[in-house]
Design a protein. Structure first.
Length: 182
C-alpha cells in the first residue's frame, strides 16, 4: 500500500512487483477522482500484478486498521467482459424499436388518410371535396434501401455514442445538434 505521490503509476507498480508484492494499492491524496492511466510514451509495461487506486477516505480507514493491528484482507474483483455487452444490445433494440414504431405509425396514419379520402370520393356528388391530408402536412416517401441504411447508421451512431461518451464527444454532439437545428 502506497500513497499517490508524484511519480508514475507504472514506476510504483514496477517497484512493488520487484519487491514481490501480490498487488499494489495506491491511496489517492485528493478527494477528486483521478484516472489511473499509463503515460502515452510509456514503454515499460511488463507489470503482472494488479494496481488499484483507492479513494482518499477508503485509504485512510485502511491505514487506521493496519495501524491498530486489525486483521485486514482486501479482495480484488475484476469481472470478465462479455463478447457482446448487454447495453449495446439494448441500445440497438431501442433504435430498431423506435424505427419500427415510427414506420407503423406512419403506415397507419397513411391508411387512415386513404380510407378517409375514399369515403369522400364515394360520397361526393357534384362538389370537389377538400382532400387535404389529415394530421401531419408533410409526407416522406422512403424506399427499403433508405430504411435499412437509416437503421444501420442510427445503430452505428448509438454504439459510437455508448463507446465514446466523453466530454469532447458531448461537445461535438451539441455542435452537431445546433447545426442541425439551423
Amino acid at each position: 500500500m502506497v500513497d499517490r505521490g508524484h511519480c508514475k503509476f507504472t514506476t510504483k507498480a514496477n517497484y512493488a512487483q520487484a519487491a514481490h508484492a501480490s498487488a499494489i494499492l495506491i491511496i489517492n491524496n485528493q478527494k477528486e477522482l483521478y484516472k489511473m492511466v499509463c503515460e502515452p510514451d510509456e514503454t515499460d509495461l511488463d507489470i503482472h500484478i494488479p494496481a488499484v487506486m483507492l479513494p482518499q477516505d477508503a485509504g485512510t480507514s485502511l491505514e487506521k486498521m493496519l495501524i491498530s493491528n486489525s486483521s485486514v484482507s482486501v479482495q480484488l474483483y475484476s469481472p470478465t467482459r462479455p463478447l457482446v455487452d448487454i447495453a449495446e444490445v439494448f441500445l440497438w433494440l431501442m433504435a430498431v424499436g423506435t424505427i419500427l414504431c415510427a414506420s407503423y405509425w406512419s403506415a397507419w396514419s397513411a391508411r387512415e388518410a386513404a380510407i378517409e379520402q375514399d369515403k369522400l370520393l364515394k360520397d361526393a356528388l357534384d362538389e370537389i371535396p377538400d382532400t387535404r391530408p389529415v394530421g401531419s402536412g408533410g409526407i416522406v416517401d422512403i424506399n427499403t434501401t433508405s430504411a435499412i441504411l437509416f437503421v444501420f447508421v442510427a445503430s452505428c451512431f448509438l454504439v459510437m455514442l455508448y463507446k465514446l461518451m466523453s466530454y469532447w464527444f458531448v461537445e461535438l454532439l451539441v455542435v452537431l445538434f445546433c447545426i442541425g437545428g439551423v
